[in-house]
Design a protein around this ligand. Sequence first.
Ligand SMILES: [Zn+2]
Ligand SMILES: [Zn+2]
Length: 204
Amino acid sequence: MCMEKTPWERAVEFHGHVCMGLALGFRVAEAAMGALGSMRDVDEQMIAIAENDSCAVDAIQVITGCTVGKGNLILRDYGKQAFTFALREKKKAVRITEKSPARLNQEAVSALREKIAAGNASDEDKANLKEMSDEMVKDYLAKPLGEVCSVTEITYDIPEKARIFPSVTCFSCGEKVMEPRARLQDGKAICIPCAGNYERGWGK
Ligand SMILES: [Zn+2]
Ligand SMILES: [Zn+2]
């Protein structure tokens, strides 16, 4: 008999480790689906924009089904724990930001991390850190959503569905490149990495 994994377990399995970033993404995904009244995305009816590329993004992919590969998870490298989610059919969008509630064991965990970074930690310290960090995440996951993130309804203004483009062959390396990403040099299509090497690669 194998027990079905919980959504959190699936997120951890995909991401590889348990961390606060993953927990944040998990709560944001929960809040988004609640606010939009949506199920997990199948075919791009939902779209997500993440303003960072942190651990949180992995939980969002697993839980909401918005993924980088499908093109309905867009990463904007602004370094902000802020996320926008929208439903195409309902033309409804929400922006979700992190509230940073007080964390269980925060001070003890920080002190132990410093000890480890300084190379002064015993095996017992390391085991304690793991235990306290796990408790911190567990506590965070159990908090009411309203304490963890704030959700604001915003105007729907979302990019169109991912399109499929023809490819062209790069004149320099011979590999295929999506047409809108190709550059033209001396009337020949070349890919972005080759365009960067133009001077050397073309022996001018
Ligand atoms: Zn992580
Ligand atoms: Zn090339």
